[in-house]
Write a protein that binds this ligand. Structure first.
Ligand code: COA
Length: 174
C-alpha cells in the first residue's frame, strides 16, 4: 500500500527540523550495527547544525522532505556537480541520503522520494542518477535494484576509525 506524501523543498530556516530527522533516522538505522565510539565520532561531525546549514546553503545540494499531516517523515539529499562524493559529472545527480522514519517504512514513502529524484533528473536531462549504499544494507540494495539501479563500483567510507565499503549503483536515464 502506498501512503500519499507531499514533497517540499527544505530551506535553511528548516535546519532544526532537518537535523532532528537526520539524526533520528540515521541512529535508528545504523547505531546498533556499529562500534559505539566510531559511530559517535562520525555522527558528532556529520550531523551538526553548522554542517547541515552549510549544506542547505550550498546551491549544488538540495534537500526535500516527505511530509504527512504537516510533519516531515523522511527526506532525500541530492548532490549536483562538485558536491557529489564521486564522479562529479555535471550531467549526473547523486542521491547522497534517503531516509524514512522507522515507524513509516514499507509504505512506499522512500519509493515516492526516489521517483521524485529520478523524475527531476530526467527533466533536467541528466545522463544518470547514482548513489552509494553500505555493503551490509541489503534492504536498501533491494529497494534500489527494484528501481532499476545497477551496481557500478564501490568506494570507501569512514565511520570513525572503521573503514566501510559502499556499493555504488546507478540508473542510466538516456
Ligand atoms: C531504504 C528506505 C529509504 C526505503 O524507504 P521505504 O519507504 O521503507 O521504502 P518503500 O516502502 O518504498 O519500499 C520498501 C521496500 O523495502 C522493504 N523494507 C525495507 N525496510 C522495511 C521496513 N522497515 N518495514 C517494511 N518494509 C521494509 C519492503 O519489503 C519493501 O519492499 P517490497 O516493495 O519489495 O515489499 C527506508 O527503508 C529507510 O529509510 N531505511 C533506513 C535507512 C536507509 O537504509 N537508507 C538508505 C541508505 S543508502
Amino acid at each position: 500500500m502506498s501512503t500519499p506524501i507531499t514533497i517540499t523543498s527544505v530551506r535553511p530556516s528548516d535546519v532544526d527540523q532537518l537535523l532532528s530527522l537526520s539524526r533520528k533516522t540515521f541512529y535508528d538505522a545504523f547505531e546498533h550495527l556499529n562500534n559505539p565510539a566510531d559511530f559517535e565520532a562520525y555522527t558528532s561531525v556529520a550531523f551538526t547544525r553548522e554542517k547541515l546549514l552549510a549544506e542547505l546553503e550550498n546551491p549544488d545540494s538540495q534537500f526535500y522532505f516527505a511530509v504527512i499531516d504537516n510533519e516531515p517523515v523522511g527526506y532525500v539529499k541530492l548532490n549536483y556537480r562538485n558536491t557529489q562524493t564521486e564522479f562529479k559529472d555535471t550531467d549526473a545527480i547523486e542521491v547522497e541520503r534517503i531516509y524514512v522514519l522507522a515507524s513509516q517504512q514499507g509504505k512506499k514513502i522512500g519509493n515516492q522520494l526516489l521517483d521524485f529524484a529520478i523524475d527531476k533528473a530526467i527533466k533536467e536531462d541528466m545522463k544518470y542518477i547514482w548513489l552509494g549504499v553500505w555493503e551490509h544494507n541489503h534492504n536498501a540494495q533491494r529497494f534500489y535494484a527494484r528501481n532499476d539501479f545497477v551496481e557500478c563500483g564501490s568506494h570507501h567510507f569512514w565511520v570513525g576509525n572503521d573503514q566501510q565499503t559502499d556499493i555504488l549503483m546507478k540508473k542510466e536515464l538516456r
